[in-house]
Design a binder for this molecule. Structure first.
Ligand code: SF4
Length: 326
């Protein structure tokens, strides 16, 4: 018995990496047991910061393929691309009229984006949180899984909903509730920054075993362990962090051996690479099988968008009635 509707969106970043899996996809898969889920690839959001557009469509497909191979079940869960439900842009426009500009430009996330993209401070960037509110409310999702660092975004969405319902004296929109969720931050091969494709510090889920080995071998370890005979500190080593996920049985002995300089970093990384490859083998086999039919992923996304549009139409009808639009 499902207990509510969940919405979550992610920007189309193409092939997913270990950080995406451990930080989000694993949780997406688990939520399907208890909730009706909508998982959206937010391509319109991606346009706010993109300089090049050629890969956008392909990135949506690659990402969806990874989600499906990881266990997102399209017969139950609605998985779709944001721009295939154009009602979201209509709701975005209406909600924009209920959102003070000053609040948007004061948001720390807007200021961060301006610092990151000073050459491209566009109108869409300012309205990003309003489009995000439209995403969530369009499908009457009562629950949004958020990590601590995203809680303020959802609070902002809740505020827009309250303002809209109050000023229109309606209950056209549902105020979404936060589902506090663990989104573990996975560090990249540099051992310092969050794993990210743009930082080239990622390990792709769909990489070959050989590429996985190369990427793991490039990982930065405990900087104080200059020689093989130096004792290591697993608590500061990202290789060990990944061992805890991919080598649960061996992690205690690796920890001990590392501290006693009984194992070298090269051998330690080889074990990690083997365990990542073994752990991801079923995922990779499933992905390869799905990829054989080049149309399949778009058929699934098109069907997801069709189901999402039915939900969207119902909400938009109520919203338009609330503001007096025909
Ligand atoms: Fe890290 Fe393993 Fe080297 Fe210890 S032995 S520092 S856990 S890579």
């Amino acid at each position: 018995m499902k207990t509510g509707r969940v919405f979550s969106g992610a920007r189309p970043t193409g092939r997913q990496h270990l950080g995406n899996y451990l930080g989000a996809i694993k949780n997406y898969v688990a939520l399907q047991d208890d909730y009706d889920c909508l998982y959206c690839i937010v391509d319109l959001h991606a346009l706010t910061t993109l300089d090049e557009f050629e890969d956008l469509r392909q990135n949506c497909a690659e990402m969806a393929l990874d989600w499906l191979a990881a266990g997102i079940e399209p017969a139950e869960t609605i998985i779709f691309v944001q721009s295939q439900v154009p009602q979201v842009t209509e709701l975005h426009t209406i909600l924009s009229m209920f959102t003070p500009l000053g609040k948007l430009t004061d948001l720390p996330t807007f200021k961060e984006k301006v610092a990151q993209h000073p050459h491209n401070v566009n109108y869409g960037l300012v309205g990003y949180p309003v489009l995000m509110t439209a995403d969530i409310t369009l499908y009457r999702a009562g629950i949004v899984p958020v990590g601590v660092d995203q809680a303020s975004h959802l609070e902002f969405a809740r505020e827009i909903v309250r303002t809209f319902n109050y000023r229109t004296r309606s209950q056209a929109l549902i105020e979404p509730q936060m589902k506090n969720t663990e989104f573990p931050k996975v560090l990249g091969t540099d051992g310092v920054q969050k794993m990210s494709k743009s930082l080239n510090n990622d390990i792709e889920l769909a990489a070959t075993p050989e590429v996985t080995l190369q990427r793991v071998m490039s990982m930065v370890t405990d900087p104080q362990r200059a020689r093989r005979t130096d004792p290591g500190r697993p608590e500061v080593c990202n290789v060990f962090t990944l061992h805890q996920t991919f080598s649960p049985a061996e992690a205690p002995s690796i920890e001990r051996e590392c501290r006693a300089a009984g194992i070298g970093c090269v051998d330690c990384k080889k074990i990690l690479s083997q365990n990542i490859n073994a752990g991801l083998a079923p995922f990779r086999a499933r992905r390869a099988e799905l990829a054989q039919n080049s149309r399949l992923v778009w058929d699934i996304l098109d069907e997801g968008a069709r189901r999402a549009r039915v939900l969207a139409d119902a909400t938009l009808q109520d919203v338009k009635a609330a503001v007096g639009l025909p």
